[in-house]
Ligand binder design. Structure first.
Ligand SMILES: [Zn+2]
Length: 331
């Protein structure tokens, strides 16, 4: 009997070793919103890898040799298109990859950029467009691995309902802000799709890309809007240095209503660490900021999001030191 047990254990080990070495199909996504969407659909059947790291700025990204390897080994590449990843074609050409590349904004009506003669890339900010994104991603996945179609369709159906619920949640929440105060002032123009779908007027300091220089005229206009609309809050963004918005807020006697997620999801464990959570967190901050019901927490976290809070580390270290000192004295 003991011998049989041993044999079973050995067989199990061999099997699991084989499983862990079996190559899964690989998906490479340009930005974290898209890798998160893909992960929800593939479950454990494929590896999903990310090119621009969480918190990075896809507009200004410079691919590394690691990215070239990642793209070379991928079976499927997910891109937003609409001028979002200007660096991608060259990366794909140089890598010599045989992966199929799909544009996941296919079927979405693009909004024209306010600043450039090009489409605005930030279509994922509208959860209805999000439904189109996940449909395109699911179709790409099914084409890559048709044997597991039923599995992917099931995950997709569940996810689809969550994204549709999110769209409804945002519509409902934004409608609680008095119409005259429904003005969103941010550091770059990432919220046009959001504003159009959820009926929020937009003003931004930069253009649709983060590399644009701030025009003096834009600045004067912005100050006028803040004063005229009497909005209680303006907003920073996680992928952009918040200094400029902090200065504008200070100069105009308004507060920073928190840091919004625009071109990346949040770090793991943050309130925006998935596509759904990032849009929900944005909405909650916008509603709290524009209705003047800002919690202390959202103003306090500005500028520290995604990084270490050094002050807390120092305080904890000092407390531990004091406790150790007391303990020794008592002994
Ligand atoms: Zn952007």
């Amino acid at each position: 009997m003991k011998k049989y047990k041993q044999l079973i254990v050995i067989a199990f080990c061999c099997l699991s070793v084989q499983f862990s070495y079996a190559e899964k199909p690989k998906i490479a996504a340009t930005a974290s919103m898209f890798s998160d969407m893909a992960k929800r659909i593939v479950g454990d059947k494929m590896d999903v890898e990310l090119i621009v790291p969480v918190g990075g700025d896809p507009h200004l990204y410079k691919p590394t040799s690691k990215d070239a390897k990642l793209v070379a080994n991928a079976d499927l590449i997910l891109k937003n298109g609409l001028t979002f990843e200007g660096w991608l074609s060259e990366l794909i050409d140089n890598s010599g990859t045989k992966a199929s590349v799909i544009t996941i904004t296919k079927g979405i009506a693009p909004i024209k950029s306010l600043v450039y003669d090009s489409p605005d890339p930030h279509a994922w900010m509208d959860a209805q467009n999000g439904l189109k994104y996940i449909e395109n991603i699911k179709n790409g996945i099914v084409a890559l691995d048709p044997d597991n179609t039923a599995f992917y369709e099931k995950n997709y159906a569940k996810y689809r309902k969550e994204v549709a619920d999110l769209d409804f949640y945002i519509l409902e929440q934004i409608s609680t802000i008095p119409e005259a105060q429904r003005i969103l002032i941010t550091s770059h123009d990432a919220f046009q799709y959001y504003g159009k779908r959820y009926d929020v007027q937009l003003e931004s300091v930069l253009g649709t890309s983060t590399d644009a220089d701030v025009q003096t005229d834009d600045m004067i206009n912005l100050v006028k809007v803040i004063r005229k609309s009497k909005v209680p809050a303006i907003f920073a963004e996680t992928t952009i240095n918040p200094k400029q918005m902090e200065q504008i807020a200070k100069d105009n006697g308004v507060v920073i209503g928190g840091t919004l997620y625009s071109d990346s999801i949040g770090q793991e464990g943050s309130d925006g660490d998935s596509y759904i959570k990032m849009l929900k967190a944005n909405t909650d901050k916008i509603v709290a900021g524009l209705t003047g019901k800002l919690s202390d927490e959202s103003t306090a976290t500005t500028g520290t999001e995604g990084g270490f809070n050094w002050l807390s580390i120092v305080i904890v270290t000092l407390l531990l030191g004091a406790m150790l000192f007391m303990f020794r004295k008592l002994k």
